[in-house]
Design a binder for this molecule. Structure first.
Ligand code: LMR
Length: 396
């Protein structure tokens, strides 16, 4: 039966991690998958999470299934972290939150929910977007269409072209936007651009679909949801896929949520029942471990404070590395302007290299990045920054 199965090429992002692991060059640099790393190249367990885990180990008394939507406390805290403590939508019971296996699980549940209930809907995605958005959402049956987002020459958002193309988005369409720290380009909408986007959604009637995978890693936990909150204050319907992988460092625990807003309490509870039925068809019941720890961290003031400090440390390290890399290029006499790296947010930026230059960096220097020249800034450290900048300068 399996004789006819053809081998798939490695995943464009995950394949890099495997190649990096195999490389024996002591100077190798991994700028591939979007995973936070500290100065020693490790992805540490956040200390507040470790403490929550210890407490959970001591107090958890059953491994029976949890509620299908996930723990009520987890959902309540996630909704207020994203929508705000005083969110009118929460107070009016127009918002629901459902625990999912990671942010990708949230994306998939949303995609299945949309394609089952609104089969003719179009979903607009930014060009570029996270490489896995296309197979993940497309294979659930979503009809994906692109809108221009990033100007590769100027290294800035092509807001005019974006808004011009989105004039075609109408009521019944979804428009997927990255809430902050755009993956892969690092270019986020300014406050004015969010306003323009929200006004277009209001006027044209399309529904924003926000992928929020990096809250807290751009400008701050509150600052990074400026756009999301604007949309949720202004519009009757918004869909959000929120991830705890990066900001809580819970990658392997697969913890995320679908947060959805509707026009009325009745409509949103009907939609939530559909989300649960969708989840039941895919993976049946949600994982508990990550959500239990997030709930503990968000509900216990001491743990929350400790987590916020560590999140700030991660964010500041990334932002510091952005400035350091730009300064290093200048210091070694690179003429090309890389100052955009300092203006961009979150883990990623495009270096603007050709696929051949990226290949040479991998083959000759053991420096690994996605073929589009997307780098994970968190993979830079004081010990590799000289080698990295000099190697890049050589291939320019
Ligand atoms: C990335 O974009 O590198 C991360 O979101 C990890 C992944 O699964 O692709």
């Amino acid at each position: 039966m399996f004789q006819s199965i053809e081998r798939r090429p490695p995943d464009p992002i995950l394949g890099l991690t495997a190649t990096f692991k195999k490389d024996t060059n002591p100077n190798k640099v991994d700028l591939g998958a979007g995973v936070y790393k500290n100065e020693s190249g490790n992805t540490p367990i956040i200390s507040a999470i470790k403490k929550a885990e210890q407490k959970l180990w001591e107090t958890e008394d059953s491994k029976s299934y949890i509620a299908q939507a996930g723990p009520e406390g987890f959902n309540r805290h996630m909704a207020s972290m994203v929508l705000g403590e005083n969110s009118a939508a929460i107070n009016d019971q127009r918002a629901c939150s459902v625990l999912t296996p990671g942010g990708s699980g949230a994306l998939r549940v949303i995609a299945e929910f949309v394609s089952a209930n609104f089969p003719n809907t179009r979903t607009w995605i930014s060009s570029p977007t996270w490489a896995n958005h296309i197979p993940l959402l497309g294979s659930a049956g979503l009809n994906l269409v692109e809108y221009p987002y990033y100007n590769y020459d100027k290294h800035e958002i092509d807001i005019d072209q974006m808004m011009d193309t989105l004039k075609q988005a109408t009521a019944g369409d979804l428009v997927l936007v990255h809430g902050c720290c755009h993956n892969p380009c690092g270019g986020d909408l300014s406050k004015e651009q969010w306003q323009a986007f929200a006004e277009a959604a209001e006027k044209q009637g399309f529904t924003p679909f926000v992928d929020l995978a990096y809250q807290g890693l751009g400008d701050g936990l509150e600052e990074d949801v400026y756009g999301v909150r604007l949309l949720t204050e202004k519009l009757p319907e918004v869909i959000i896929a929120s991830s705890c992988s990066k900001n809580f460092g819970l990658y392997r625990e697969r913890t995320g949520a679908v947060i959805m807003l509707g026009e009325s309490a009745d409509q949103i509870s009907a939609s939530a029942s559909q989300l649960l039925s969708t989840a039941r068809q895919i993976y049946s019941m949600p994982p508990s471990h990550g959500a239990a720890m997030v709930e503990m961290v968000l509900s216990e003031p001491e743990l929350k404070q400790e987590w916020l400090l560590e999140l700030t440390e991660m964010r500041e390290r990334i932002n510091g590395l952005r400035s350091q890399l730009v300064a290093k290029f200048k210091e070694i006499g690179v003429d090309q302007d890389f100052s955009f790296i300092e203006r961009e947010k979150g883990m990623f930026s495009f270096l603007g290299l050709s696929p051949e230059q990226v290949q040479t960096l991998g083959d000759d220097y053991s420096i690994y990045m996605v073929k589009s020249s997307r780098i994970n800034v968190a993979g830079i450290s004081n010990s590799n920054i000289d080698y990295l900048a000099e190697s890049i300068a050589k291939v320019l």
